[in-house]
Design a protein around this ligand. Structure first.
Ligand SMILES: Nc1ncnc2c1ncn2[C@@H]1O[C@H](COP(=O)(O)OP(=O)(O)O)[C@@H](O)[C@H]1O
Ligand SMILES: O=C(O)[C@@H](O)C(=O)COP(=O)(O)O
Length: 410
């Protein structure tokens, strides 16, 4: 029996869930851990074909991101894993200081990988790379909504230039027709505009120990290199979980994403259900905001069975890391308060926001269930008192995403 297993390191939680969903689609058995699992938690990893370690390292200091990613790599190696995937955002979310370049450099150095491919393309979700330039639904990255991102505003579509800022290695563009020149350590930003291209990229990287990119290339590369394929976990009969999660409060949507896609989804949801739009002002008090939001939720639950949403996202966001972190702690505290009120189902929009919420709920690992839309599956937490979660990348999903998600579980 083929025993090749895949180890993945993802730089944020929704990105990891997206990756897991793509691996499940290809028939792999996937377990996703939030943070680096402890020795005790490693027992649960044994029967997985792919282990995904979700870090919250996208927007932290580069040296910390490197440290955490190397620790994840070492943990994966200690589990007998021999092939590795580094997952970052399909919109290459990062700044001039990192963290994609520094993390990839460190992983490649540790694995002695001379040539590293960078393949963020995700054609199914409208992300394509041509001549080293990234497009979102045909619009150059720097003209897309990503230019307004509160933490990682993307102002350059030329990924060769973006990555070269971040990496000490030489960075080149790799059109699919080109031969690879023999060379010393090089990072290649690979072109891919459709699924056929992804297949060819995977074939070209067959001998690589390490691959990097968005979720779309991961499943194909894993198939190409011959990762063991045991079939997805049966989500309704998980070890330690006899019943589906308790539903005595309707689902709650927590949206900290400021993306255009989430804004449209919220407008659509608001045509049917109540939405609390939080106005962020300088110097706001987090505990006060949590308390008044819980009051608002309770009032709205008087209409039984009614899902509700809380959103902080606005285009006129106050763009400081301090504000972003405070808003994350608001959503984290709110999730805990709502769980204590009996909520067992959360849909969270935004990668950083999801990270804050999952950590606050002390969820250490999830098993991956059915996809709601490309890259966004339902997941069930491992351990006692399971919760049902959907962790949505800010930019993912059609306008009806929130409504579709709620309908898909009823
Ligand atoms: N009104 C706001 N002003 C400033 N920052 C905000 C606001 N609302 C949310 N944020 C912050 O913006 C960031 C959004 O990032 P994230 O949750 O990863 O969403 P996305 O998936 O769209 O990138 C989070 O850190 C969040 O706390
Ligand atoms: O690759 C992607 O686009 C996603 O998997 C992803 O990483 C999303 O990040 P957020 O937009 O911060 O949720």
């Amino acid at each position: 029996m083929n025993e090749l297993r895949l180890g993945c390191i993802a730089d944020d939680y929704t990105g990891a869930t997206d990756l897991s969903a793509m691996l499940v689609r290809e028939g792999f058995r996937v377990i996703q851990c939030f943070g680096i699992p402890t020795a005790d938690e490693c027992d649960a990893l044994l029967d997985a074909d792919a282990i995904v370690i979700a870090l919250k390292s996208r927007s932290i200091a580069a040296n910390e991101a490197v440290e955490q990613s190397l620790a994840a790599l070492r943990l994966l190696r200690s589990q007998g894993v021999t092939r590795f995937f580094f997952k970052y955002c399909s919109t290459f979310d990062s700044t001039r200081h990192g963290n994609i370049g520094p993390v990839a450099d460190a992983l490649a150095d540790e694995l002695n990988q001379e040539i590293v491919f960078f393949c963020p393309a995700f054609p199914e979700n409208g992300r394509t790379v041509y001549c080293g330039h990234l497009f979102v639904d045909g619009v150059p990255l720097h003209e897309s909504g990503m230019r307004h991102h509160p933490l990682n505003p993307m102002n350059d579509s030329n990924l060769v230039r973006v990555l070269q800022w971040q990496s000490y290695r030489r960075v080149l563009s790799l059109p699919l027709s080109d031969e690879l020149p023999p060379s010393s350590p090089v990072h290649y930003v690979v072109d891919a505009i459709n699924d056929e291209d992804l297949k060819r990229v995977a074939e070209r990287a067959k001998s690589h120990t390490m691959m990097t990119g968005g979720s779309a290339i991961a499943g194909r590369w894993a198939s190409e290199i011959g990762v063991r394929r045991s079939g997805a976990y049966p989500i309704t009969s998980l070890p330690g979980q006899t019943n589906p999660p308790r539903v005595d409060r309707p689902g709650v949507i927590l949206a900290g994403s400021c993306s255009d896609a989430t804004a449209r989804q919220m407008t659509e949801f608001e045509s049917r259900y109540p939405v609390l739009r939080i106005e962020i002002e300088e110097g706001f008090d987090v505990p006060d905001m949590i308390e008044s939001t819980v009051d608002w939720c309770q009032q709205n639950w008087q209409h039984a069975g009614q899902p509700i949403a809380v959103s902080s996202g606005t285009k006129t966001a106050i763009r400081t890391n301090e504000t972003a972190t405070k808003i994350e702690s608001f959503f984290a505290g709110l999730a805990v308060a709502l769980r204590d009120e009996g909520v067992t189902q959360f849909i969270v929009a935004g990668g950083e926001t999801s990270g804050a919420v999952v950590n606050a709920l002390a969820i250490r690992a999830v098993r991956i269930g059915p996809e709601i839309s490309p890259g966004v599956p339902w997941v069930t937490s491992v351990g006692p008192n399971p919760m049902l979660l959907a962790l949505k990348s800010g930019n993912f999903g059609g306008d009806r995403f929130f409504l579709d998600a709620l309908e898909s579980r009823s």
